[in-house]
Write a protein that binds this ligand. Structure first.
Ligand code: SF4
Length: 467
């Protein structure tokens, strides 16, 4: 998914920019970058973070930076922020999300005589493409609006000029953008970020959640909305289930409490006897705590994460690295596992291979008596088309099971979302066998929506419904 961070301040903001961007490390694993504007104009620094943490790559760079405005990015695809010289003057740009019609837009611009830098991975840098689209406008704001009308998918952007930072949220508000004000001596110091969870530690408080498609300009003089939010929003449900940091909140709804509500609802609908409840670290933990509260069973830790420094095992693009991260990051606590019947809460089951190979196998190897997996969302039937996803439809555990049942992929997948349907139950049984657990249950979509707390029509449910 990636994350972006921006700051305007009265003094050198390099340290704030460094830490604020670093707080988005859980959202991407491949590319990181910082751009700053100060007495020496625009400077930027971009590194691959595929083999190292953001902090270790940028600690020397940020100490050399000096400026009162900056933007940063962590992404799985495009190196950024880029600095672009344009007819509107120089600006730096960082984007997050996915431009699904990227190739088509790039081809149109190429036909008009534009050119693009070639990324080492091939393809076009999303930040460069978006910057070029903005330059089609009569002025910067007109260009941002044109860009929003041309881009399909989901795209948030920060554009830093010599005057201030334009913050742009995607048209349907799938991914968040939050503006914060400094708590002490606040005048003239503002930050904007994908994740508000960084704000407290940086000394800022959320002042404004941008609405769908909203454009806000912030400078040391304050901030103002340049384009009002649109009427319709479809916020990513997965933010609350898996992607978001536990201390974050989106649309005013906290991630951890939403996960606890998921866990409570799963426990209410469950009759299984067990000795303990546990979450697969980290994103299964909130769900498991909710389950433990509702069921009265003790919350224990049969699995611990060696260090938060291990990233998410589903984000790296190569299967080898995903497997390596998954193997290394979790350690089994044998004394808690041996002889126990355990309920293991997981945010979701994507391919199921990591859960089986690196979590369930470790529990069996430590002599678990029974393993009951509870997933906090329905079986995933469609890969995300609004952020860079590492999954292909055929890889999804649910789709593999459906293939076995049907001998192919049916055009109507609705029976596989309906708990009362025999085909749904067949699919769950096949996944259960595949991941090798005593029992398996998925949350139903109605309960998941109710645990999040937004009306169904305001949530993106594409992962499950395909529309
Ligand atoms: Fe979120 Fe899934 Fe929608 Fe992507 S498709 S925005 S992951 S709910």
């Amino acid at each position: 998914m990636g994350g972006i961070f921006g700051v305007v301040a009265k003094e050198n903001c390099a340290r704030l920019l460094f830490y604020g961007t670093d707080y988005h490390s859980h959202l991407g694993t491949e590319q990181g970058g910082l751009a700053i504007f100060g007495p020496d104009g625009f400077t930027n620094s971009i590194h691959s973070i595929g083999q190292a943490q953001f902090k270790s790559r940028f600690v020397d760079d940020y100490r050399k930076m000096n400026g009162f405005m900056g933007i940063g990015a962590i992404d799985d695809d495009s190196p950024q922020p880029l600095i672009i010289r344009s007819k509107f003057g120089t600006f730096a740009i960082a984007v997050t999300g996915l431009v699904t019609n990227k190739n088509k837009l790039a081809a149109t611009l190429l036909a008009k005589g534009n050119s693009f830098n070639e990324m080492t991975t091939g393809g076009v840098n999303s930040a460069e493409l978006v910057g070029k689209l903005i330059c089609l406008g009569d002025d910067l704001v007109d260009g941002i609006e044109k860009m929003q009308s041309l881009v399909e998918g989901s795209l948030c952007a920060l554009i830093m000029t010599a005057d201030g930072i334009y913050a742009v949220r995607d048209k349907l508000g799938r991914f968040p953008l939050v503006l914060g004000e400094r708590i002490e001596n606040g005048n003239g110091s503002y930050i904007v970020a994908t994740e508000a969870s960084s704000f407290d530690n940086l000394g800022y408080a959320p002042a404004k959640y941008l609405g769908p498609g909203e454009v806000v300009f912030m400078s040391r003089e304050g901030y103002e909305t340049l384009r009002l939010p649109g009427p319709k929003r479809q916020v990513c449900s997965f933010l609350w289930i898996y992607t978001g940091y536990p201390s974050s909140s989106y649309e005013g709804i906290g991630v951890e409490v939403a996960r606890e509500r998921c866990g409570r609802l799963m426990a209410k609908n469950d009759q299984v006897s067990a000795d303990l409840v546990a979450g697969v670290p980290d994103s299964g933990v909130g769900h498991a705590i909710g389950y433990a509260i509702e069921s009265g069973l003790p919350y224990r830790r049969p699995l611990v994460k060696y260090t938060p420094g291990y990233g998410r095992s589903y984000t790296p693009p190569s299967q080898d690295i995903r497997d390596l991260v998954a193997t290394m990051k979790l350690s089994a606590v044998k004394e808690v596992i041996a002889g126990n019947r355990m309920i293991i809460c997981e945010d979701s089951i994507v391919r199921g291979t990591q859960l089986k190979n690196y979590t369930i196998n470790k529990l069996w190897a430590s002599n678990a008596r029974e393993i009951h997996v509870r997933a906090a969302c329905p079986p995933l039937l469609f890969p995300c088309i609004y952020s860079s996803s590492t999954r292909a439809s055929a890889e999804l555990a649910a789709r593999r099971a459906i293939e076995q049942i049907e001998g192919g992929q049916p055009s109507d997948l609705r029976p596989y979302l309906d708990h009362s349907c025999a085909r749904y139950q067949q699919m769950v049984e096949l996944i259960r066998k595949d991941i090798n657990v005593t029992s398996l249950k998925f949350m139903n979509i109605k309960d998941m929506v109710s645990a999040i707390g937004l009306p169904e029509g305001e949530l993106c449910l594409y992962c499950w419904q395909g529309h």
